[in-house]
Design a protein around this ligand. Structure first.
Ligand SMILES: [Zn+2]
Length: 136
């Protein structure tokens, strides 16, 4: 049921035509303002939700888990004994990088949608040895 119809009926029963007209105009103005505020707040909320999702995604990609160490743009994983294995990991998705010809091509991430590439100019075994010995 139309809320204006109810108000209009009420005013017809109890008030004059002038009062009824003024009140209806006032209510219509207030409704227009409230509708605009509602639309603005809905858009603002939607924009903030998108921003939160983007920031959470960025934070997850940017944070380095404690078992990893960053070196030359890749991550290297430390085992429980404190030794590093000669495997380079993607800093964005934390999955192993691959390379068929390290002297020619950069290391690449094979995770769909990631596509991270990095040139590592040292042998992975010597990097793992350095990190294990604490020399960088
Ligand atoms: Zn990746």
């Amino acid at each position: 049921m139309n809320p204006f119809k109810i108000i209009e009926d009420l005013i017809n029963e109890h008030g004059s035509a002038t009062i009824r007209g003024e009140r209806l105009l006032l209510l219509k103005d207030e409704l227009t303002i409230v509708e605009k505020e509602r639309a603005d707040l809905y858009k603002k909320c939607s924009d903030l939700e998108k921003e939160v999702i983007e920031l959470r995604d960025k934070l997850a990609k940017a944070s380095i888990p404690p078992e990893f160490t960053e070196y030359q743009g890749a991550l290297f994983k430390r085992d429980a004994a404190g030794s590093y294995s000669p495997i380079a990991y993607c800093p964005e998705c934390k999955r192993p990088l691959f390379n068929t010809e390290p002297k020619i091509f950069p290391y690449s991430c094979s995770t769909r949608g990631c596509g991270y590439n990095v040139n590592i100019h040292e042998d992975l075994q010597s990097i793992a040895n350095k990190l294990t010995d604490g020399k960088r």
